[in-house]
Design a protein around this ligand. Structure first.
Ligand SMILES: C[S@@+](CC[C@H](N)C(=O)[O-])C[C@H]1O[C@@H](n2cnc3c(N)ncnc32)[C@H](O)[C@@H]1O
Length: 282
């Protein structure tokens, strides 16, 4: 595994806000000063583009993993395992540096990558607060009948403070009082649990400007911010995709910065952002 590089940063650099940069997030984040953001929502490549055939080193084909996860089939989503661990360590180290000790880091994943993210966080001494299970009750059935129908993803919630000094912002009272349309597991007045029933279907407006193969539902991103964003938060989105997390931030009145390497998706994010009417609507 590569040692994390140390590099000097010009602390006077002005952090660009409210845009999605067409840039590799590693390169982009490395140029920014420490503690620039309050919350990061990272939806990284899950490393599942194996076409039903995979091996740990990508040098030979083996049956495995499978299931209906082959939605992406993109180069950015197919790394040898050791490279994926290095990649996860590298971007998480930058996210750790950029998020304030009072802030939060959320990382999406499935069983393919979430264990690696968990290990990377522990190696980087980023404490995991909770693992949230996003229950997708309307998930697509397993047509082969050889596996259980995959109907959840994980989201790790972590903070950058020390175990002795946990200062992360948690909107506990809000989360307790709220109920969420369609979530049969959360009633107003009850503590929010770690299993969230969030339908994966998207509103027409979420798909009106184009599609992304792994686009998250807006209501999920908004819930992550509802839990963890302080007033006037700045939100970091390393893997913007179709811009869902950026749109959620803008709709909730927060500043944000996204990175995305595919120009088509940067343009899609921008179209969605241009259509946002800011309002506090969770
Ligand atoms: C899982 S998708 C994010 C989808 C997003 N959550 C949404 O709802 O639209 C990951 C995205 O990261 C982009 N990506 C991959 N490697 C990247 C990198 N090093 N820096 C920035 N973006 C990257 C891919 O092009 C892809 O669009």
């Amino acid at each position: 595994m590569n040692k994390q590089m140390t590099h000097s940063i010009d602390e006077s650099v002005k952090v660009p806000l409210n845009k999605v940069m067409l840039q590799d997030c590693l390169e982009g984040m490395r140029a920014l000063p420490d503690n620039s953001f309050d919350v990061a929502i990272a939806d990284p490549p899950y490393n599942v583009s194996k076409g039903g055939n995979w091996s740990w080193d990508s040098s030979k084909d083996l049956p495995g993993f499978g299931g209906s996860w082959n939605k992406v089939m993109a180069e950015w989503d197919n790394m040898p395992l050791a490279q994926y661990l290095d990649f996860s360590m590298a971007w998480l180290a930058e996210v750790k540096r950029l998020i304030k000790p009072t802030g939060s880091i959320w990382v999406h994943g499935t069983y393919h990558n979430i264990g690696i993210t968990n290990v990377a966080m522990q190696l980087l001494e980023v404490e995991i607060i909770n693992e949230v299970i996003w229950y997708k009750r309307n998930s697509f059935p397993n047509l082969s009948g050889r596996r259980l129908t995959a109907s959840h993803e994980s989201v790790l919630w972590a903070h950058t403070g020390t175990a002795k000094s946990r200062k992360y912002h948690f909107n506990y009272e809000d989360t307790k009082e709220l109920e969420f349309a369609g979530d049969l597991m959360k009633a107003a007045g009850k503590q929010m649990r770690t299993v969230w029933d969030v339908p994966n279907n998207k509103a027409k407006s979420e798909l009106a400007h184009g599609k992304h193969p792994t686009q998250k539902p807006l209501r999920l991103s908004k819930r992550l911010l509802t839990v963890s964003a302080p007033p006037d938060a700045k939100i970091l989105v390393p893997f913007a995709g179709a811009g869902t997390e950026c749109v959620a931030a803008k709709e909730m009145g927060f500043d944000f910065l996204g990175f995305e390497t595919d120009a088509e998706f940067v343009a899609l994010s921008q179209r969605r952002l241009d259509a946002v009417e800011p309002s506090l609507n969770v």
